[in-house]
Design a protein around this ligand. Structure first.
Ligand code: HEC
Length: 219
């Protein structure tokens, strides 16, 4: 009789592995596909990878903002988002500083307010002097007592020390901003000007309107 293919393979194996067939458990069956449990380390590794990917996206994907990912409608729109010049960037900085440091009282509109009482800066003769000395020292040391602004009398107090933590550049930007906004048209101010007024009037008490007249209108 002829041998079955199974037994002939077993014979071939036992001849090459020196006959220790018993230790291999006898029959050598075909490999089969089975479902095994996913190892725990793989689950943990995937968890760590997902977490890392989340952090990576948070830091690098610009929050999926439309302005970053969305397409632009026209060249004009792209152009409008480019910073124009150093002067514009300086005034844009000034707007931020103004709104944080002065805007609560004088308002983002520059029109002042009733509560807290603060006079307008838009069109104010104290802001629009040819040289910026007066608005600079007001911002550095504050102001109190009666003052007339655009024909209207005010008598309140602007505190001292409001701008102590601002850099010369930030204060220069803010004063430049109030001199160039809301229809105001006066020269911009340099950080060097701020520094020289700070050196000169460091520790000066709050100004009064009368005292301010000693600060020359021109520089
Ligand atoms: C806490 C409220 C307050 C803040 C903040 C404030 N001011 Fe004033 N400011 C006043 C008041 C009140 C007066 C009028 C004082 C008076 O009656 O003597 C005044 C007056 C002025 C004046 C002169 C009058 C006029 O209207 O032109 C200028 C200039 C001025 N402030 C600029 C600034 C700038 C610049 C800042 C920010 C760096 C600032 N102020 C922050 C309350 C404030």
């Amino acid at each position: 009789m002829s041998q079955s293919p199974k037994s002939s393979r077993r014979d071939r194996q036992s001849s090459t592995i020196h006959g220790d067939d018993a230790s291999r458990g006898g029959d050598v069956s075909e490999p089969v596909v089975e479902f095994g449990a996913v190892p725990l380390w793989l689950i943990v590794l995937l968890g760590i990878l997902t977490y890392w990917a989340q952090l990576y996206l948070d830091h690098n994907a610009a929050g999926f903002q439309a302005r970053v990912y969305g397409s632009f409608d026209s060249y004009a729109q792209v152009d409008s988002l480019q910073p124009k010049s150093d002067a514009e960037a300086f005034l844009a900085r000034g707007k931020v500083v103004y709104e944080q440091t002065c805007g609560v009282c004088h308002q983002p509109t520059g029109l002042g307010s009733q509560s807290p009482l603060a006079p307008p800066l838009a069109g104010s003769e104290w802001v629009l002097t040819p040289g910026a000395g007066r608005p600079i020292v007001i911002a550095i040391n504050g102001l109190q007592g009666e003052i007339t602004v655009k024909g209207e009398k005010f008598n309140a107090a602007m505190p001292q020390g409001l701008t102590d933590t601002l850099s010369d550049t930030d204060l220069a930007a803010a004063i430049s901003y109030i001199r160039q906004s809301w229809g105001n048209k006066a020269s911009i101010v340099s950080p060097q000007q701020i520094k020289s007024y700070r050196d000169k009037f460091n520790g000066h008490p709050q100004w009064t309107a009368e005292e301010l007249l000693q600060i020359p209108v021109e520089e």
